[in-house]
Design a binder for this molecule. Structure first.
Ligand code: BEZ
Length: 201
């Protein structure tokens, strides 16, 4: 049995969980909830992941895989390779990197509010993170809508999880404003069984 160390609130963990659902491998993996923070990583996380981050996938042979992109690619390879198609591999990886970048900036914004005292928080830095996200969302709207409308791959899943996280943690930022196409795409994607099964609460 595999073990996945994670927290359902993390968009990177959600991405792995969506891949587990989409590939039919969820039954092979015990999902272990860990309470961890960047400043005080849980002991079981640092034991598995040299940098103390989630997700981490512990294989039955004891070897641990990270980060999320390594885990998703490994799982997909085991399931037949549908989510990293050779014919579009560079586009898929670039789109996945875009989704991961949105998640990273959005998580850093959360950590700034959660891990620092109010008087030490840098609101300019937080707004700069949001600026990166807005640029990425505009790039998606300008250049990636036809890819998003095509077969589900790891890049498409990463964007779905990134937008889901913006709704979850940054609803006041209103990412949908002037992005009707992306909004419509996400409304349909969010109805997939894998997305509904992994929605953070
Ligand atoms: C969150 O609560 O938003 C979160 C939890 C774990 C990792 C990343 C984000």
């Amino acid at each position: 049995m595999y073990q996945l160390l994670g927290n359902p609130a993390s968009p990177f963990v959600r991405k792995v969980r969506v891949v587990l659902e989409e590939t039919g491998l969820a039954g092979d993996v015990e999902q272990i909830l860990v309470a961890t923070t960047p400043t005080a990583p849980a002991a079981e996380v640092t034991a598995a992941h040299a940098l103390g981050k989630i997700p981490a996938l512990i294989r039955p042979d004891g070897c641990t895989l990270y980060d999320s992109r390594v885990i998703t690619r490994y799982l997909d390879a085991r399931a037949g390779g549908r989510l990293y198609p050779a014919s579009h591999i560079w586009e898929t990886l670039t789109l996945e990197a875009t989704g991961d970048g949105i998640m990273e900036a959005a998580v850093l914004m959360v950590y700034e509010g959660r891990c620092r005292p109010e008087d030490k928080q840098d609101h300019g830095w937080v707004d700069a993170q949001w600026g990166k996200i807005e640029n990425a969302l505009d790039a998606l709207t300008a250049r990636w809508m036809s890819h998003l409308a095509g077969p589900v791959d790891a890049g498409v899943i990463a964007i779905g999880c990134a937008l889901g996280y913006l709704d979850f943690r940054h609803p006041d930022r209103e990412w949908r404003m002037d992005r009707d196409g992306l909004d419509d795409w996400f409304a349909a994607f969010a109805e997939r069984d894998a997305m509904k099964a992994t929605r953070p609460v």
